[in-house]
Design a protein around this ligand. Sequence first.
Ligand SMILES: Nc1ncnc2c1ncn2[C@@H]1O[C@H](COP(=O)(O)OP(=O)(O)OP(=O)(O)O)[C@@H](O)[C@H]1O
Ligand SMILES: [Mg+2]
Length: 428
Amino acid sequence: MEANGYVAALDIGTSEIKLVVGELLGGTLNILAEGCAPSAGVKRGAVVDIDKTVQAIKQAVEHAEAALGDQVRSVYVAIEGEHIQIAPCHGIASVKREDQEITDADVIEVINSAQVMRLPDEMSVIDVIPSSFTVDQQTGVVDPRGMLGYRLEMHGKMVTGSKTILHSIRRSIERAGLKLDGFVLGNLALGMSAASVDEIDLGIGLIDIGHEKTTVSVFYRGDLVYSYILPVGGDHMTRDLVYKLNCKYQDAKVAKEEYGLALEEMADATEGFSFTNINGEVAYEPQAEISYVLEARIEEMFTLVLNRVQKVGVPALSGGYLLCGGAAALPGIQELATRVMGQKTRLYQPSSIGVRHPKYATAVGVLKYVLMSDHHVSKQNLEKPEEREVVSSTTKTDRQPDAGDEYDSTERESKNGFGRLMEKLFGV
Ligand SMILES: Nc1ncnc2c1ncn2[C@@H]1O[C@H](COP(=O)(O)OP(=O)(O)OP(=O)(O)O)[C@@H](O)[C@H]1O
Ligand SMILES: [Mg+2]
């Protein structure tokens, strides 16, 4: 967090690095600056070339600083990818004050105590997210501060990730001259800030269509219950057009982004893309043909997503679906998703000028998440992972749940509690 109260969030994507800087003004998110730079050296959420990533981060920071008129010194970073695991966790602490009133310090201590887990050597803790607290015998407490008690318990989840991947990201941030404020689980932050508490309670699917991957997240009964990464995204759409148009990648990208639609039937018969093909010949492709290719690819993607979501075990996603990520900017994609998924679907893109594009959804989601919870305050008081004692083992929870194991009564109670906690923190 910057000294003057604003916060910066960074999304290290495969095609672009997105940085947004914002502050809270009267409880509302105010975006102050954004920076975007072509990414090189990143593959599906993992840094594969630190030097190239550092250059791209610096470029995004310079853009943002020009708009901000100030230096960006530290960032929260969105974390995603197959290496992420989410496990239930539990902490216990004795209340410190003699009058037994629970304070911020007790909450921080109980959260820290939950991090006393035995992790595989290659994994490290990214975040601990409380779902509910127990004060002595009283369960289901949303915020224990100010209550009286002797014993405080926390039930929640712990997010862990690959040490190697986190290290490369951390190193890239530091070498770009920035301080790392913390890692934030990108799809969780995005869902919690883009969907309403009711939608998260009823069930909602978040589909983030990026460059090389599509991240599918299911929220139900107040919680993130399932995440899945489909290794298909906007890059595959562009490559389909490279074959169809027999052109260079960059021309196919222009065809997609400037003329493409996700529904062929929406095409304008007078619209089309003029280009020079790979043989050096002048060529023309009608919008309908470009869109036909895109529609086929996207329809297949949504069908794969639907098959996955149907196996999650959530009875019905009454909240429907939210679409975001750069490729969700294709006109008609909302209509196509509604048809394939059989549920109402809406596009999520931040509303502020400068970030009004679905590619900014994750960076803005992280910004909102850290600003509207007191995450950025409490994180600074958490112990560093290296300082943690290690004693029991985690289980992977981002798997497909077996019938009945995901929604037992205790889980349900804590998930509703988490929803209420978020409602309190986000005020929605
Ligand atoms: N207007 C547009 N129409 C169609 N596609 C678009 C448009 N704008 C951006 N895209 C596509 O969106 C993709 C990039 O989206 P995004 O920035 O969300 O991905 P990323 O975060 O870099 O990648 P990933 O999440 O896979 O790591 C690119 O394939 C790009 O071509
Ligand atoms: Mg992305």
